[in-house]
Write a protein that binds this ligand. Structure first.
Ligand code: SF4
Ligand code: MG
Length: 320
């Protein structure tokens, strides 16, 4: 059974001159308990809006967010409060999201206070436990965020996100602001905590090389829509959508020549004015006539591989 199921989730914004910006369009996906779903796509493709909408940090414009069998879009703010314990988020900028005037202990313990969990002493003990869990020294509790490095600050943010023992964590570009060497430490920490706590995670990143190691499945987004989704292994070894192929070709891999790199022409189109048909047609190396007119649906393609589980939205493939 799914922990979370998004059904036809959409988010539009009013744009300039009365235009409508389609940040997220008709996204349906599910996350199982203990599963990590990687969401990848260029900056501006709607992945952050997707993550924020499913947490109801912003209100979706349409669709359903079914969490443990309940549609969260129907809940009032008051009814959402207990659900918030189960849904937590870590953002890209660990400095901006930590109050510089609060001690680290105060920051990590804040969700416990807000939700009135335990006594003062119990909360203090829980903070100490969380610091240990994320690999920070116990005396960190009485210090301030500016005394820590970027990687350590992200550990603080992770400890705070885990304080209420959430079931689902949204990690939005959680390592993008960090040096590459620190990135892998934080990715390993998240992967380790995921296993120990059997967390479900939506791991959002513009960088496929970041999410490939932690994800069970990967969803590729382009201009507000999922263009391909499937088991991480299948996406990484047999990508079908030309956009996924381009993203993948940009990652240096042993045995793959640099010359095989697919360079996409042009910029991401304006989401207030998306191209007709397949939104990727303005940049696709395989574009044909039908791509300009008909939007391809996300579907399981006909394939000789009976183990294949991925879905793709592209006219190059016939639906199974
Ligand atoms: Fe390219 Fe056409 Fe497939 Fe879109 S539908 S990705 S334009 S081949
Ligand atoms: Mg973003």
């Amino acid at each position: 059974m799914s922990l979370l199921e998004l059904r036809h989730l959409s988010k539009t914004y009013p744009g300039a001159n009365g235009a409508v910006v389609h940040a997220v369009s008709d996204v349906s996906l599910s996350i199982a308990p203990g599963e990590v779903l990687g969401v990848v796509g260029e900056s501006g493709c709607g992945k952050s809006t997707l993550g924020r909408s499913l947490l109801r940090l912003i209100e979706p414009s349409g669709g359903e967010i079914v969490f443990e069998g309940r549609d969260l879009t129907r809940l009032t703010r008051h009814q959402m409060k207990p659900v918030r314990r189960d849904l937590q988020v870590i953002f890209q900028d660990p400095f901006g999201s930590l109050n510089p005037r609060h001690t680290v202990g105060g920051i990590i313990g804040e969700p416990l206070e807000v939700h009135r969990v335990g006594t003062r002493g119990e909360r203090k003990a829980r903070v100490a436990e969380l610091l240990k869990l994320v690999g920070l020294p116990e005396d960190a509790a009485s210090r301030y965020p500016h005394e820590f490095s970027g990687g350590q600050r992200q550990r603080i943010a992770i400890a705070r996100a885990l304080a209420l023992e959430p079931k689902l964590l949204v990690a939005d570009e959680a390592v993008s602001a960090l040096d590459v060497s620190i990135q892998s430490q934080i990715i390993n920490l998240i992967a380790d905590l995921q296993k120990r706590l059997n967390l479900s995670i939506m791991f959002i990143s513009h960088d496929l090389s970041v999410i490939r190691h932690v994800s069970d499945r990967i969803a590729v987004m382009y201009l507000g829509r999922i263009v391909e989704i499937g088991p991480a292994e299948e996406i990484m070894t047999a990508p079908r959508h030309p956009y996924t192929q381009a993203l993948l070709s940009a990652i240096p891999r042993p045995g793959v020549a640099r010359a095989e790199r697919i360079v996409l022409e042009g910029e991401l189109p304006d989401p207030a004015n998306p191209p007709a048909g397949c939104a990727f047609h303005t940049r696709c190396p395989h574009v044909t006539d039908v791509c300009h007119r008909v939007r391809p649906q996300l579907a399981r393609p006909k394939t000789d591989d009976p183990a294949s589980r991925s879905e793709v939205a592209c006219h190059l493939y016939e639906a199974a």
